[in-house]
Design a binder for this molecule. Structure first.
Ligand SMILES: Cc1ncc(COP(=O)(O)O)c(C=O)c1O
Length: 359
């Protein structure tokens, strides 16, 4: 059936979303080791799982409509107030909220190569994503961004550490950059992976919110990565209360389930478990970086739970060769592999050795 004249101009003109990986849609994800989506191989803590189970027993009742208990826990964690926190079902939902809160037709959204959801976000409102190349070392080009700000620029996206490259920008450079951005340009810091960072100068920009910097700065966070709750869908943004108030107008009502809320609160309190898991991820990151380097790949320094590397072969071909052998990884110009358990990582290196030897 052909439906005419029902779709918005923005959607008719919008490219298909890049969020769904083409290869992943052809693969039975229950039959492969998942090292393609930056998920957490160790899973949620026992306390988190117990809280989710307990909350599910009350599943016939709506949860806390304002997610107040969770927002208070998050605010306490950062030394902010509940009014500085907005929740979404994943930070993806917050990215959608950014679109309806801030963007109008023909606004420009400035970013370097990063998480593709930000392209969708711009196009959903007929705004224009302006995507600058990364520096040669795959870091964000902050000078390039400053040089490209013009009267149409409405928003700047900085993902730190960045996906898909895993590279980071030091706090000093970032602070200096944010202070130079004009006050009518929204700076969005996506910190989805920052909890995995070990570099001492890789710091959250939440501190600028605590210092009450007079800039429209929004920091995005998620429980999907470090807390291993990707399937539970919990993300949030932190910003000045006047900004959060407007964003709340664009939020889906009651967008966090009762188990998601209770699970996230339990996860925040389970510091010991998640610290231990971080150590394992960092060990896996060091192992994979070293081994891929020894196999002749160009490996970029990662502060995340994944590694970006150039195996000097077509990255889509590499994905299909690896998937044939039971592991899914990802392609984004070069290749990206998420850190798995020790067994997953070793299996991946064995597969890579076989593929690269026969290349
Ligand atoms: C940089 C970045 N931001 C946001 C997200 C969205 O995460 P979620 O919607 O699971 O919170 C992802 C997911 O991979 C990501 O890589």
């Amino acid at each position: 059936m052909e439906f005419k004249n029902i779709f918005s101009e923005a959607i008719i003109n919008k490219e298909d979303s890049k969020r769904a990986s083409m290869i992943a849609s052809k693969v039975d994800l229950n039959k492969v080791i998942r090292m393609g989506f930056n998920e957490h191989p160790y899973g949620m803590s026992q306390n988190t799982k117990a809280a989710i189970y307990e909350a599910s027993l009350m599943g016939n009742y709506y949860g806390d409509f304002q997610a107040s208990k969770l927002r208070n826990s998050i605010a306490d964690n950062y030394g902010l107030k509940i009014e500085n926190v907005i929740m979404g079902s994943g930070s993806s939902a917050i990215i959608d909220i950014l679109s309806s809160t801030f963007l109008d037709k023909e606004d420009e959204v400035l970013m370097c190569r990063t998480f593709p959801a930000f392209i969708d976000m711009a196009q959903m409102r007929q705004a224009k994503p302006v995507i600058l190349p990364l520096n040669d070392d795959m870091t964000y080009d902050l000078n390039g961004i400053l040089e490209n700000i013009n009267s149409k620029t409405k928003m700047i996206i900085i993902c730190n550490p960045n996906n898909p490259t895993g590279t980071y920008l030091c706090a000093e450079k970032l602070e200096e950059f944010i202070k130079k951005v004009p006050n009518d340009v929204v700076v969005v810091m996506d910190e989805a992976y920052i909890e995995f960072a070990t570099a001492p100068d890789c710091e959250s920009m939440v501190k600028l919110l605590r210092e009450k910097i007079n800039k429209p700065l929004i920091v995005l966070k998620t429980f999907s990565k470090f807390y291993g709750m990707a399937g539970m869908r919990v993300g949030y943004a932190l910003a000045d209360e006047t900004i959060i108030k407007e964003m709340q107008k664009c939020s889906l009502a009651w967008n966090l389930s009762r188990p998601a809320q209770e699970g996230a609160i339990a996860a925040l309190n389970d510091v010991e478990y998640y610290d231990d898991v971080k150590n394992k991820i960092v060990e896996g990151r060091n192992y994979l970086s070293r081994e891929l380097g020894e196999l002749g790949c160009k490996v970029y320094d990662s502060q995340t739970n994944f590694i970006y590397f150039d195996a000097h072969m077509d990255s889509l071909e590499l994905v299909s060769e690896v998937v044939k052998r039971g592991i899914i990884i990802s392609s984004a110009v070069h290749s990206r592999v998420s850190i798995g358990t020790k067994e997953h990582n070793e299996k991946f290196i064995n597969i890579m050795t076989e593929i690269l030897r026969n290349k």
